[in-house]
Design a protein around this ligand. Sequence first.
Ligand SMILES: Nc1nc2c(c(=O)[nH]1)N[C@H]1C(S)=C(S)[C@@H](COP(=O)(O)O)O[C@H]1N2
Ligand SMILES: [Mo]
Length: 449
Amino acid sequence: MLDDMNPGRVQKAPENFLDREGIHRAAREAREGRRDFIRAAFASAAAAVGGAALAAQPAGKGDPAILELPEHSRGLGQPVALEGYGKPSKHEANVQRRRSPGLTQTTQASVSFAPLQSLFGIVTPSGLHFERHHQGWWDIDPSRHRLMINGMVKASKVFTMDELMRLPSVSRFHFIECGANTGMEWGNVAVPTCQYTHGMLSCSEFTGVPLVTLLEMAGADFKKGRFLLAEGADGSSMTRTIPMSLVESGEVLVAYGQNGEMLRPEQGYPLRLVVPGVQGVSWVKYLRRIEVGDQPYGTKDESVHYVDLLPDGTHRQYTSIQECKSVVTTPSGGQMLLDKGFYSISGLAWSGRGKVTRVDVSVDGGRNWREARLQGPVMSKCLTRFSLDWDWDGKPALVQSRATDETGYVQPSYRELRAVRGTRSIYHNNAIQSWMVEESGEVKNVQLG
Ligand SMILES: Nc1nc2c(c(=O)[nH]1)N[C@H]1C(S)=C(S)[C@@H](COP(=O)(O)O)O[C@H]1N2
Ligand SMILES: [Mo]
């Protein structure tokens, strides 16, 4: 079974993984057709480069896309989609969640990665949210779902979904990152795109009831009951200890909403725990029970799994906060810069301890850094989009980003991280990511010390 991402099981990516030939062919065609284009194709790892060739064409060059009136300007369009759920354009069909070919997966204990390289802003469309199931997902009938609050409470309580949804709710934007995100990079660089290096990361607006409200309703013993056990209703017996201190702040939500609609089944429909800043495994899906207790529970998912092996052979336990981290998504591995000239470097930064306050970007492997623009609103424990203007001179470049959060913590280099954590961890790799832009324009995943 997959222990999130065991580097021992990482295999070399198959040769045809990136369709490198396809990328070069498409790039060649694009270059030949449109010599003066300023924006490369940042579509997807599997790169339909030609399709994204949006060019600023000097007028009068005979571009048929300008001169010939297209069908869609002459005929009748489609009628409204009277029924059904809207779908993305057929031209975006390659923007998908993907399972990494570098990982051994069973059918149910699996991971799919979000296509970070294809997304804008900070919100992950629900259909592209990464998935991590320890024992498969379910589409649970909400009328039969219950949430029980028990343990050190005055009176155990059972809530139906209807009862929960009558209570005052809040909606907040937060990122969720699997503790094993970027885990394979501890070992070797077998994963060429940011979808696979960083794609166990997503960000949504979540709607739900603060857990503290439900605990108050059940008469929880806040003095002695300093720990909670959260339990899911799927067959993975997913149970995690949540410190009461996190819950008392009102931040932890019992959530049913995601991006304006009900949670997706893959994300825990009809109910999941939202634990801002904390690794994904604590965001228990199909949430069915919260027990109030007076000590950490030491469950399988916090004693055998989700512990960090340190250089001296001991394990760190209960290291659940996702430290400050960032990644450049454009340009990133598997993409292709079609010509030298202007590019907007863009990426994502986040911290489990609060707001991102600063992101620096280097294009020379960390010798020089420039401060990037942060796109507002910058929210706590939420993805923050950054960007920086760049004139690529066509020479090899090493693109990196380094984030700082409101506690003053600065994202470490691999050398700094490994000095403390060694090399045999799986979880909590928040090192600076490097992308190498080759003279050909091809972008590759490399590791710098
Ligand atoms: N009930 C239940 N909750 C769960 C899991 C699970 O398998 N079952 N996986 C956990 C892990 S390891 C992660 S990273 C997140 C993934 O959430 P997502 O699938 O919505 O992205 O859910 C967590 N909650
Ligand atoms: Mo996870």
